[in-house]
Design a protein around this ligand. Structure first.
Ligand SMILES: Nc1ncnc2c1ncn2[C@@H]1O[C@H](COP(=O)(O)OP(=O)(O)O)[C@@H](O)[C@H]1O
Ligand SMILES: CC(=O)OP(=O)(O)O
Ligand SMILES: [Mg+2]
Length: 350
């Protein structure tokens, strides 16, 4: 079966075409689209498949970061699911609306083809109560305001790549434009840094990560910030961009760090934030057997990985990250996971 996958990230749109046969998966195409208009995205993807003489897809799988209160498991798309996806757009403002646009475009472009939706949150659906519960009023907790966690497809893909070599206490540092740290015990997520939305946890490209919630109360009360301004600040104008004032892209910051103190501080704060979160996950796991770096920064930024590992040496993390036995760099194969899930859902008729 040939499966087309689409992965709307906060700064990228990655797609792939896979031949999946049971457990066997062959990559026929793996690429990135730079257009933002969903219909142009699909036209570009379809044109690439045709130009390369690749087989037309039999099914399509989408990444959808947050399925809201109701959708926690990967599923095939029908009218009811589509409505629930629409209801969930507010949970991940940088992702869900864009992903929904792409789903609508594929439904129009490939009428009649089965389509599946795979959630970042599914891998974290069984977080222990102590990690899942946010320390707020119980009535809000009962509505579903809790930690959901993200980058689950990425974590799954790390487990897939490690196979039998997966140790009991694993930490995955997914460092891309969005960044999260996940503690995995015996193959299951037991804690993760992002919360109800992908704005929480460590500092990111444009997102603040965890900040004192009193900052928001102060801004609302004293500076009369409304929802749009709060969202603009937390999701769009914070993180590496907010601190450096120059760019959310780590590559840009490295280029100017020697002469720009703000860019230097942004990089230092990012490493510090990630290091503290990893140390917290070591406590959650009561030790660590392996640290895996993945995501755009995690996979490619050698000096940054070395800095983070050097400062975690007290926990037995190898400072020479690329050669150390307990530190690995693996690619985030979210699209491959989506292809596997889509095939499994179709086979199960779910
Ligand atoms: N060689 C590199 N060195 C440092 N950072 C990099 C490198 N390549 C990519 N990045 C970073 O990865 C980010 C994109 O990460 P990625 O995981 O692909 O995106 P997304 O979070 O949108 O899925 C870019 O913003 C950039 O900061
Ligand atoms: C959840 C999230 O932030 O995803 P990405 O890093 O792909 O933007
Ligand atoms: Mg991503």
């Amino acid at each position: 079966m040939h499966i087309l996958t689409l992965n709307v990230g906060s700064s990228t749109l990655k797609f792939g075409l896979y031949r999946v046969d049971g457990q066997a998966l062959e990559v026929l195409l793996s690429d990135t689209v730079h257009t933002t208009n969903p219909h142009l995205v699909i036209q570009e993807v379809a044109a690439k498949i045709t130009a390369l003489n690749l087989p037309a897809p039999d099914a399509i799988g989408h990444r959808f970061v947050h399925g809201g209160f109701k959708l926690r498991q990967h599923c095939l798309i029908n009218d009811q699911v589509l409505q629930q996806l629409e209801d969930a757009t507010a949970f991940a403002p940088l992702h869900n609306q864009k992903a929904l646009g792409v789903i609508r475009a594929t439904l129009a472009h490939f009428p009649g083809l089965p389509e599946a939706v795979c959630f970042d949150t599914a891998f974290h659906a069984d977080l222990p109560e102590v990690a899942r519960t946010l320390p707020i009023d119980k009535t809000l907790q009962a509505e579903g305001i809790q930690r959901y966690g993200f980058h689950g497809l990425s974590c799954e893909s790390i487990l897939q790549q490690l196979g039998d070599a997966c140790p009991p206490r694993l930490i995955v540092a997914h460092l891309g434009n969005g960044a999260s740290i996940t503690a995995i015990k015996d193959g299951k997520s037991i804690d993760t840094s992002m919360g109800l939305t992908p704005a929480g946890g460590v500092m990111m490209g444009t997102r603040s990560g965890d900040i004192d919630p009193g900052v928001l109360i102060y801004l609302m009360r004293e500076k009369h910030y409304g929802v749009a301004q709060i969202e603009g600040l937390i999701d769009h104008n914070s993180g590496l961009l907010g601190v450096s004032v120059v760019s959310s892209d780590m590559r840009d910051l490295h280029k100017i760090a020697d002469s720009n103190p703000d860019a230097k501080l942004a990089i230092e704060m990012f490493c510090y934030s990630v290091r503290k979160q990893i140390a917290g996950m070591i406590a959650a796991l009561k030790g660590i057997d392996m640290l895996v770096f993945t995501g755009g920064i995690g996979e490619h930024d050698v000096p940054l990985r070395a800095t983070i590992c050097r400062d975690l040496a007290c926990f037995g993390i190898d400072a020479e990250s690329d050669y150390g036995s307990n530190v690995q760099v693996l690619s985030s194969q979210e699209n491959e996971q989506i292809a596997r899930h889509t095939q499994a859902l179709l086979e199960a008729g779910l």
